[in-house]
Design a protein around this ligand. Structure first.
Ligand code: GLN
Length: 358
Protein backbone atom coordinates (compact mmCIF):
# COMPACT_ATOMS: atom_id res chain seq x y z
CA UNK A 1 0.00 0.00 0.00
CA UNK A 2 1.33 3.44 -0.82
CA UNK A 3 0.62 5.28 2.42
CA UNK A 4 2.17 8.50 1.19
CA UNK A 5 -0.23 8.73 -1.71
CA UNK A 6 -3.29 7.93 0.41
CA UNK A 7 -2.35 10.55 3.00
CA UNK A 8 -1.64 13.14 0.34
CA UNK A 9 -5.01 12.55 -1.30
CA UNK A 10 -7.01 12.57 1.92
CA UNK A 11 -6.01 16.15 2.63
CA UNK A 12 -6.74 15.63 6.35
CA UNK A 13 -3.31 14.68 7.61
CA UNK A 14 -1.85 18.11 8.21
CA UNK A 15 -0.22 17.08 11.51
CA UNK A 16 1.04 13.75 10.23
CA UNK A 17 4.63 13.19 9.21
CA UNK A 18 5.12 10.59 6.50
CA UNK A 19 8.39 8.71 6.73
CA UNK A 20 9.13 5.76 4.46
CA UNK A 21 5.47 4.83 4.34
CA UNK A 22 4.98 5.00 8.13
CA UNK A 23 2.68 7.50 9.75
CA UNK A 24 3.77 9.26 12.92
CA UNK A 25 1.02 11.43 14.34
CA UNK A 26 1.79 13.75 17.21
CA UNK A 27 -0.63 12.78 19.98
CA UNK A 28 0.75 15.17 22.58
CA UNK A 29 -1.52 18.19 23.06
CA UNK A 30 -0.06 21.62 22.47
CA UNK A 31 1.73 22.85 25.58
CA UNK A 32 2.68 19.42 26.94
CA UNK A 33 6.43 19.22 27.41
CA UNK A 34 8.26 16.22 26.05
CA UNK A 35 11.10 15.33 28.41
CA UNK A 36 13.93 12.88 27.96
CA UNK A 37 12.98 11.22 31.23
CA UNK A 38 9.45 10.57 30.01
CA UNK A 39 7.03 10.28 32.93
CA UNK A 40 9.80 10.70 35.55
CA UNK A 41 9.02 14.41 35.71
CA UNK A 42 5.66 13.73 37.26
CA UNK A 43 7.12 11.56 40.06
CA UNK A 44 9.49 14.25 41.18
CA UNK A 45 6.86 16.99 40.98
CA UNK A 46 4.44 15.17 43.29
CA UNK A 47 4.18 17.05 46.56
CA UNK A 48 4.97 15.34 49.87
CA UNK A 49 1.66 16.43 51.39
CA UNK A 50 -0.36 15.05 48.48
CA UNK A 51 1.40 11.68 48.62
CA UNK A 52 0.97 11.35 52.40
CA UNK A 53 -2.68 12.40 52.11
CA UNK A 54 -3.32 9.69 49.48
CA UNK A 55 -1.76 7.02 51.72
CA UNK A 56 -3.62 8.19 54.84
CA UNK A 57 -6.96 8.27 52.99
CA UNK A 58 -6.56 4.74 51.63
CA UNK A 59 -5.45 3.45 55.02
CA UNK A 60 -8.45 5.02 56.78
CA UNK A 61 -10.86 3.83 54.10
CA UNK A 62 -9.80 0.17 54.18
CA UNK A 63 -8.44 -0.45 57.68
CA UNK A 64 -11.68 -2.02 58.90
CA UNK A 65 -12.40 -4.02 55.73
CA UNK A 66 -12.65 -7.70 56.65
CA UNK A 67 -12.97 -9.36 53.21
CA UNK A 68 -10.70 -12.23 52.15
CA UNK A 69 -8.87 -15.00 53.92
CA UNK A 70 -5.22 -15.79 54.72
CA UNK A 71 -3.61 -18.47 52.55
CA UNK A 72 -3.53 -21.73 54.49
CA UNK A 73 -2.00 -24.28 52.12
CA UNK A 74 1.31 -23.29 53.72
CA UNK A 75 0.40 -23.83 57.42
CA UNK A 76 2.57 -20.96 58.75
CA UNK A 77 0.70 -18.40 56.60
CA UNK A 78 -2.63 -19.19 58.27
CA UNK A 79 -1.17 -18.03 61.60
CA UNK A 80 -0.22 -14.51 60.44
CA UNK A 81 -2.37 -11.72 61.95
CA UNK A 82 -5.04 -10.91 59.34
CA UNK A 83 -5.40 -7.40 60.75
CA UNK A 84 -1.85 -6.47 59.77
CA UNK A 85 -2.15 -3.58 57.30
CA UNK A 86 0.74 -1.44 56.11
CA UNK A 87 1.25 0.83 53.11
CA UNK A 88 4.52 2.31 51.88
CA UNK A 89 5.41 4.37 48.82
CA UNK A 90 8.91 5.34 47.73
CA UNK A 91 9.38 7.85 44.94
CA UNK A 92 11.98 7.41 42.23
CA UNK A 93 13.82 10.34 43.83
CA UNK A 94 14.03 8.51 47.16
CA UNK A 95 11.25 10.02 49.33
CA UNK A 96 9.63 7.48 51.66
CA UNK A 97 5.99 7.62 52.84
CA UNK A 98 4.16 5.14 55.06
CA UNK A 99 0.74 4.58 56.62
CA UNK A 100 -0.22 1.89 59.11
CA UNK A 101 2.22 -0.87 60.03
CA UNK A 102 5.22 -0.57 57.74
CA UNK A 103 7.68 -2.48 59.96
CA UNK A 104 6.13 -5.91 60.69
CA UNK A 105 7.54 -8.57 58.39
CA UNK A 106 5.70 -11.23 56.42
CA UNK A 107 7.17 -13.73 53.95
CA UNK A 108 7.78 -12.24 50.52
CA UNK A 109 6.40 -15.36 48.74
CA UNK A 110 5.83 -14.89 45.00
CA UNK A 111 7.05 -11.29 45.00
CA UNK A 112 10.52 -12.86 45.26
CA UNK A 113 10.04 -14.10 41.69
CA UNK A 114 10.45 -10.55 40.36
CA UNK A 115 13.85 -10.17 41.93
CA UNK A 116 15.14 -13.64 41.06
CA UNK A 117 14.16 -12.80 37.48
CA UNK A 118 16.09 -9.52 37.82
CA UNK A 119 19.17 -11.54 38.94
CA UNK A 120 18.96 -13.80 35.87
CA UNK A 121 18.34 -10.90 33.47
CA UNK A 122 21.36 -9.12 34.91
CA UNK A 123 23.57 -12.23 34.69
CA UNK A 124 22.43 -13.79 31.44
CA UNK A 125 20.26 -11.29 29.53
CA UNK A 126 16.79 -11.84 28.18
CA UNK A 127 17.28 -14.71 25.72
CA UNK A 128 17.34 -17.67 28.16
CA UNK A 129 14.13 -16.42 29.77
CA UNK A 130 12.27 -15.58 26.57
CA UNK A 131 13.35 -18.70 24.66
CA UNK A 132 13.26 -21.09 27.61
CA UNK A 133 10.65 -20.23 30.21
CA UNK A 134 8.61 -17.82 28.07
CA UNK A 135 6.93 -14.52 28.88
CA UNK A 136 3.30 -15.38 28.22
CA UNK A 137 0.29 -15.73 30.46
CA UNK A 138 -0.66 -19.37 31.05
CA UNK A 139 -4.32 -18.71 31.90
CA UNK A 140 -3.85 -21.30 34.66
CA UNK A 141 -3.28 -21.06 38.43
CA UNK A 142 0.30 -20.33 39.52
CA UNK A 143 0.99 -23.94 40.54
CA UNK A 144 -0.70 -25.60 37.56
CA UNK A 145 0.77 -28.83 36.23
CA UNK A 146 -1.58 -28.74 33.22
CA UNK A 147 0.19 -25.52 32.16
CA UNK A 148 3.48 -27.44 32.00
CA UNK A 149 2.00 -30.32 30.02
CA UNK A 150 0.29 -28.02 27.53
CA UNK A 151 3.53 -26.79 25.95
CA UNK A 152 6.06 -29.23 27.42
CA UNK A 153 7.37 -26.69 29.91
CA UNK A 154 7.53 -23.72 27.46
CA UNK A 155 5.13 -20.83 26.78
CA UNK A 156 4.81 -19.74 30.39
CA UNK A 157 6.54 -17.07 32.45
CA UNK A 158 8.90 -16.61 35.41
CA UNK A 159 6.05 -15.74 37.81
CA UNK A 160 4.18 -19.06 37.77
CA UNK A 161 5.83 -21.72 39.91
CA UNK A 162 7.25 -23.87 37.07
CA UNK A 163 8.78 -20.79 35.44
CA UNK A 164 10.01 -19.44 38.76
CA UNK A 165 11.67 -22.73 39.75
CA UNK A 166 13.30 -22.91 36.30
CA UNK A 167 14.44 -19.27 36.64
CA UNK A 168 15.91 -20.06 40.07
CA UNK A 169 17.74 -22.99 38.45
CA UNK A 170 19.41 -20.50 36.05
CA UNK A 171 21.09 -18.51 38.85
CA UNK A 172 24.79 -19.31 38.71
CA UNK A 173 27.06 -20.05 41.67
CA UNK A 174 29.83 -22.35 42.86
CA UNK A 175 27.66 -24.19 45.43
CA UNK A 176 24.05 -24.19 46.64
CA UNK A 177 25.14 -21.83 49.44
CA UNK A 178 26.79 -19.47 46.97
CA UNK A 179 23.72 -19.48 44.69
CA UNK A 180 21.52 -18.69 47.68
CA UNK A 181 23.81 -15.86 48.81
CA UNK A 182 23.72 -14.33 45.33
CA UNK A 183 19.91 -14.39 45.39
CA UNK A 184 19.64 -12.95 48.90
CA UNK A 185 22.25 -10.27 48.09
CA UNK A 186 20.08 -9.29 45.13
CA UNK A 187 16.97 -8.91 47.32
CA UNK A 188 19.06 -6.97 49.88
CA UNK A 189 20.30 -4.57 47.22
CA UNK A 190 16.79 -3.85 45.96
CA UNK A 191 15.51 -3.37 49.54
CA UNK A 192 18.55 -1.42 50.72
CA UNK A 193 18.98 -3.48 53.88
CA UNK A 194 19.93 -6.98 54.93
CA UNK A 195 16.92 -9.35 54.81
CA UNK A 196 16.61 -12.74 56.51
CA UNK A 197 14.65 -15.94 55.96
CA UNK A 198 11.66 -16.40 58.29
CA UNK A 199 12.62 -19.86 59.42
CA UNK A 200 9.16 -20.95 60.59
CA UNK A 201 7.75 -20.16 57.13
CA UNK A 202 10.61 -21.94 55.37
CA UNK A 203 10.23 -25.06 57.54
CA UNK A 204 6.46 -25.04 57.08
CA UNK A 205 6.63 -24.72 53.30
CA UNK A 206 9.54 -27.16 52.91
CA UNK A 207 7.49 -29.79 54.76
CA UNK A 208 4.44 -29.29 52.55
CA UNK A 209 5.84 -28.43 49.09
CA UNK A 210 5.38 -31.82 47.44
CA UNK A 211 3.53 -30.17 44.57
CA UNK A 212 6.38 -27.73 43.87
CA UNK A 213 8.86 -30.62 43.98
CA UNK A 214 6.73 -32.42 41.39
CA UNK A 215 6.71 -29.25 39.28
CA UNK A 216 10.52 -29.01 39.54
CA UNK A 217 10.88 -32.66 38.51
CA UNK A 218 8.57 -32.19 35.52
CA UNK A 219 10.44 -29.09 34.36
CA UNK A 220 13.65 -31.12 34.61
CA UNK A 221 12.07 -33.92 32.57
CA UNK A 222 11.27 -31.38 29.83
CA UNK A 223 14.82 -29.99 29.92
CA UNK A 224 13.84 -26.59 31.33
CA UNK A 225 15.94 -27.21 34.43
CA UNK A 226 19.32 -28.55 33.37
CA UNK A 227 20.46 -30.04 36.69
CA UNK A 228 19.37 -30.75 40.28
CA UNK A 229 15.64 -29.93 40.24
CA UNK A 230 15.30 -30.56 44.00
CA UNK A 231 18.01 -28.01 44.67
CA UNK A 232 16.27 -25.42 42.48
CA UNK A 233 12.96 -26.09 44.26
CA UNK A 234 14.57 -25.80 47.69
CA UNK A 235 16.29 -22.50 46.83
CA UNK A 236 12.99 -21.27 45.38
CA UNK A 237 11.21 -22.22 48.64
CA UNK A 238 13.86 -20.38 50.66
CA UNK A 239 13.46 -17.33 48.38
CA UNK A 240 9.72 -17.25 49.12
CA UNK A 241 10.38 -17.34 52.89
CA UNK A 242 12.41 -14.13 53.08
CA UNK A 243 10.90 -11.66 55.57
CA UNK A 244 9.96 -8.19 54.33
CA UNK A 245 7.92 -5.28 55.64
CA UNK A 246 5.90 -2.81 53.57
CA UNK A 247 8.77 -0.34 53.43
CA UNK A 248 11.20 -3.00 52.14
CA UNK A 249 8.78 -4.00 49.42
CA UNK A 250 8.14 -0.38 48.40
CA UNK A 251 11.90 0.24 48.18
CA UNK A 252 12.31 -2.86 46.02
CA UNK A 253 9.50 -1.63 43.76
CA UNK A 254 10.95 1.89 43.67
CA UNK A 255 14.30 0.50 42.53
CA UNK A 256 12.53 -0.84 39.46
CA UNK A 257 10.57 2.43 39.09
CA UNK A 258 13.92 4.25 39.16
CA UNK A 259 15.20 2.27 36.17
CA UNK A 260 17.09 -0.29 38.24
CA UNK A 261 18.89 2.01 40.72
CA UNK A 262 17.95 1.91 44.42
CA UNK A 263 16.75 5.50 44.94
CA UNK A 264 18.22 5.75 48.45
CA UNK A 265 21.49 3.77 48.37
CA UNK A 266 22.00 4.70 44.68
CA UNK A 267 23.24 1.17 43.95
CA UNK A 268 22.43 -0.09 40.46
CA UNK A 269 20.67 -3.44 40.73
CA UNK A 270 19.49 -3.93 37.15
CA UNK A 271 20.64 -2.49 33.84
CA UNK A 272 18.18 0.03 32.46
CA UNK A 273 17.83 -2.07 29.30
CA UNK A 274 16.21 -4.92 31.29
CA UNK A 275 13.65 -2.80 33.12
CA UNK A 276 10.97 -2.66 30.37
CA UNK A 277 11.01 -6.44 29.96
CA UNK A 278 10.74 -7.01 33.71
CA UNK A 279 7.82 -4.58 33.90
CA UNK A 280 6.15 -6.31 30.95
CA UNK A 281 6.24 -9.68 32.72
CA UNK A 282 4.77 -8.02 35.82
CA UNK A 283 1.99 -6.53 33.72
CA UNK A 284 1.31 -9.87 32.01
CA UNK A 285 1.40 -12.22 34.98
CA UNK A 286 1.81 -10.30 38.25
CA UNK A 287 -1.61 -11.04 39.75
CA UNK A 288 -2.14 -14.61 38.60
CA UNK A 289 -5.43 -15.12 36.75
CA UNK A 290 -6.54 -11.58 37.59
CA UNK A 291 -3.59 -9.83 35.92
CA UNK A 292 -5.81 -8.58 33.10
CA UNK A 293 -8.49 -7.00 35.27
CA UNK A 294 -5.83 -5.46 37.52
CA UNK A 295 -4.06 -3.95 34.50
CA UNK A 296 -7.36 -2.74 33.09
CA UNK A 297 -8.20 -0.99 36.37
CA UNK A 298 -4.80 0.48 37.23
CA UNK A 299 -2.35 0.14 34.32
CA UNK A 300 0.35 -0.68 36.87
CA UNK A 301 2.89 -3.51 36.52
CA UNK A 302 2.56 -5.34 39.85
CA UNK A 303 3.24 -8.57 41.72
CA UNK A 304 1.41 -10.23 44.55
CA UNK A 305 2.42 -12.95 47.00
CA UNK A 306 0.34 -15.36 49.07
CA UNK A 307 1.90 -13.88 52.24
CA UNK A 308 -0.33 -10.83 51.65
CA UNK A 309 2.20 -8.52 50.00
CA UNK A 310 1.47 -6.59 46.81
CA UNK A 311 3.87 -4.30 44.99
CA UNK A 312 3.13 -2.02 42.04
CA UNK A 313 5.19 0.34 39.96
CA UNK A 314 4.45 3.60 38.21
CA UNK A 315 7.50 3.60 35.94
CA UNK A 316 9.74 6.61 36.49
CA UNK A 317 7.51 7.82 39.32
CA UNK A 318 7.24 5.54 42.34
CA UNK A 319 7.01 2.06 43.78
CA UNK A 320 4.29 1.16 46.24
CA UNK A 321 3.64 -1.81 48.51
CA UNK A 322 0.83 -2.97 50.75
CA UNK A 323 0.93 -5.81 53.23
CA UNK A 324 -2.45 -7.22 54.23
CA UNK A 325 -2.69 -11.04 54.44
CA UNK A 326 -6.35 -11.77 53.61
CA UNK A 327 -6.55 -12.80 49.94
CA UNK A 328 -9.38 -12.95 47.40
CA UNK A 329 -10.23 -16.12 45.48
CA UNK A 330 -7.49 -15.42 42.90
CA UNK A 331 -4.89 -15.23 45.71
CA UNK A 332 -4.34 -11.45 45.76
CA UNK A 333 -4.46 -9.21 48.85
CA UNK A 334 -7.92 -7.65 49.04
CA UNK A 335 -6.93 -4.46 50.85
CA UNK A 336 -3.70 -4.30 48.85
CA UNK A 337 -5.50 -4.06 45.53
CA UNK A 338 -8.02 -1.50 46.73
CA UNK A 339 -5.48 0.72 48.50
CA UNK A 340 -2.99 0.75 45.61
CA UNK A 341 -5.71 1.43 43.03
CA UNK A 342 -7.00 4.42 45.03
CA UNK A 343 -3.54 5.85 45.72
CA UNK A 344 -2.47 5.49 42.10
CA UNK A 345 -5.63 7.24 40.92
CA UNK A 346 -4.99 10.09 43.37
CA UNK A 347 -1.40 10.46 42.18
CA UNK A 348 -2.02 9.95 38.43
CA UNK A 349 0.14 6.80 38.35
CA UNK A 350 -1.41 4.93 35.41
CA UNK A 351 1.24 4.87 32.64
CA UNK A 352 -1.47 4.36 30.01
CA UNK A 353 -3.00 7.66 31.10
CA UNK A 354 0.33 9.48 31.28
CA UNK A 355 -0.94 12.80 29.99
CA UNK A 356 -4.17 12.89 31.90
CA UNK A 357 -4.55 16.02 33.98
CA UNK A 358 -1.30 17.66 32.92
N1 GLN B 1 5.88 -20.18 47.94
C1 GLN B 1 4.58 -20.15 47.36
C2 GLN B 1 4.33 -21.37 46.51
O1 GLN B 1 5.20 -21.80 45.84
C3 GLN B 1 4.46 -18.89 46.57
C4 GLN B 1 3.14 -18.78 45.89
C5 GLN B 1 2.63 -17.39 45.71
O2 GLN B 1 2.93 -16.45 46.43
N2 GLN B 1 1.75 -17.29 44.77
O3 GLN B 1 3.27 -21.93 46.51
Amino acid sequence: MNTTRIVARSGRAASAVVLFGALIVAARPAGAQATLAGTAASGSTLKNGDIQHALNSAFAKYKDLKEGKNADYIPALAKVDPNLFGIALVTADGRVFTAGDSTTEVSIQSISKVFTLARVLQDSGEAPIVKGVGVDATGQPFNSIVAIEQHKGHEMNPFVNPGAIATTGMVGGSSPGNIWNRILDTYDGFAGRHLKVLDDVYQSEAATNQRNRAIGALMYAYGLISDKPDQATDIYTRSCSVGVNAKDLAMMAATIANNGVNPVTKKRMLDMSHVPGLLAVMATAGLYDDSGIWLFNTGLPAKSGVGGGLIAISPGNWGIAVISPPLDSAGNSVRGQKAIADISTALGGNPYAALRGR
